[in-house]
Write a protein that binds this ligand. Structure first.
Ligand SMILES: [Zn+2]
Length: 77
C-alpha cells in the first residue's frame, strides 16, 4: 500500500464526509472503515459477510457439540 493518493472527499455510510488520501481510513463519527476506492469498500463488505458466515458456522458447530456431548447424556440419565 503506497500512500500517494490525491486527497479526496469520501463519504461514510453514516453520512459523515471527510477528506482523505489513504486507501483506508476510519470514520470519526461511527468508527467504521471508509475506503478510498469503492471496489475496496465492496471487497470489505464481502469479507465481512464471509467472516459472519464463518462465525455462524462455528457457532452452529459449538451448539451441535454442546447438544451432542452435554445435553444428550444429561437427558438420557
Ligand atoms: Zn461514519
Amino acid at each position: 500500500m503506497t500512500n500517494n493518493l490525491a486527497p479526496k472527499t469520501v463519504e461514510c455510510k453514516c453520512g459523515h464526509a471527510f477528506e482523505t488520501n489513504l486507501h483506508k481510513s476510519w470514520c470519526e463519527k461511527c468508527c467504521s472503515p471508509v475506503f478510498y476506492h469503492a471496489k475496496d469498500q465492496r471487497r470489505h463488505k464481502w469479507s465481512s459477510y464471509y467472516m459472519m458466515t464463518v462465525m455462524a458456522t462455528v457457532l452452529l458447530f459449538v451448539t451441535y457439540l454442546f447438544v451432542e456431548l452435554i445435553a444428550k447424556p444429561l437427558l438420557s440419565l
